[in-house]
Design a binder for this molecule. Structure first.
Ligand code: AMP
Ligand code: ZN
Length: 114
């Protein structure tokens, strides 16, 4: 676990979250400040700062992350209506939590990206 990382603490169960999906490597939970009726964060339990840290050795984890997005879309009912997957990297993207997370957004018509 990375020191003082909020999402590592959520992954470890030290800070509560509303879980939507969990397996050995991945956790998905409701965003505390949702911007859409469905707003779920999908994270690897392993700490990496952002998707910019992905390397070939993470291929399997990357695949599991997207398999979890697939499961979350079904669990939350947006698979049929559509959804958006967003991930912020660094300052200009406004990344606030430096532990990889994919935002899964849906449940309403979403505007243009950025
Ligand atoms: P980002 O700006 O991409 O780094 O997104 C961070 C997201 O984490 C924001 O949408 C926050 O609302 C969300 N967030 C922060 N703290 C928590 C928490 N304790 N539980 C769930 N979501 C959180
Ligand atoms: Zn972390």
């Amino acid at each position: 676990m990375a020191n003082d990382c909020l999402f590592c603490k959520i992954a470890a169960g030290e800070i509560p979250s509303t879980k939507v999906y969990e397996d050995e490597h991945i956790l998905a939970f409701r965003d505390i400040n949702p911007v859409a009726p469905v707003h779920v964060l999908v994270i690897p339990k392993q700490h990496l700062d952002s998707i910019d840290d992905f390397r070939p050795e993470h291929d399997e984890l990357l695949s599991k992350l997207f398999a979890a997005v697939h499961a979350v879309a079904r669990e939350t009912g947006v698979a049929e209506t559509g959804y958006r997957v967003v991930t912020n990297v660094g300052r200009d993207a406004g990344q606030q939590v430096f532990h990889i997370h994919l935002h899964v957004l849906g449940g309403r018509t979403l505007g243009p990206v950025a």
